[in-house]
Design a protein. Structure first.
Length: 205
């Protein structure tokens, strides 16, 4: 996956791609989207772990506590805990890794400058719109994304991002609001593998 944006030339904001995206990060977030089934906006709270290239771990802590999604370049797991204690959990295992979310963050390594994968617009007020080109949008599953930096941010870096608004190729919209975001060099290897709990029904895709 690939992406991100425009070279800003504010006096103190000369930034290179390598300066924008950390090799890894951990973020606490609120995710909101319109539920087709519930006909209302649904908000989930969780923790996101990322490491380049293609490694993602997403843990929902509220309201669906225990839901876990893990993906690395070789494999992915989606675990849903039981509704009733003592009942089995459900795990879907796919031999395909490097899924859409991981591809999106992988693309941000290109920094905030235009490239063959997408164009970028400076919307002002520290907001930047990334418009993916046809092949990149198909590969990533995302048409465009708007990044909003925190108020008062003095450097142009992913660690300063407050909110990401995504529009997928099926026109579904999702907002990610970061409550905290910590840039890292590396996560422990076990973060991006899934240990199957006892009493779990497993489905292989």
């Amino acid at each position: 996956m690939k992406f991100i944006c425009l070279f800003l030339s504010f006096i103190c904001w000369t930034v290179y791609a390598a300066d924008f995206m950390p090799k890894a990060f951990k973020a606490e977030f609120d995710q909101s989207f319109m539920s087709v089934i519930k006909k209302k906006t649904v908000v989930n709270h969780g923790v996101l772990f990322y490491q380049y290239p293609g490694n993602i771990r997403l843990e929902i802590t509220d309201p669906d506590e225990g839901l876990i999604y893990v993906s690395n370049p070789q494999k992915s797991w989606y675990y849903r805990p039981p509704f009733i204690p003592g009942e089995p959990g459900e795990l879907s295992v796919s031999p395909k890794g490097n899924t859409l979310v991981a591809k999106f963050f992988d693309g941000l390594k290109n920094g905030l400058k235009a490239n063959p994968l997408y164009d970028v617009r400076d919307l002002g007020d520290k907001k930047y719109e990334i418009i993916f080109k046809k092949n990149a949008a198909k590969d990533a599953g995302v048409k465009k994304a708007t990044l909003a930096l925190r108020t008062g941010a003095e450097t142009l870096a992913f660690a300063k991002v407050d909110k990401i608004s995504l529009v997928f190729t099926d026109n579904k919209k999702v907002d990610l609001v970061f409550k905290s975001l910590t840039a890292l060099e590396k996560h422990p290897d076990e973060v991006f593998t899934f240990v199957v709990p006892e009493n779990t029904n497993i489905t292989h895709q």
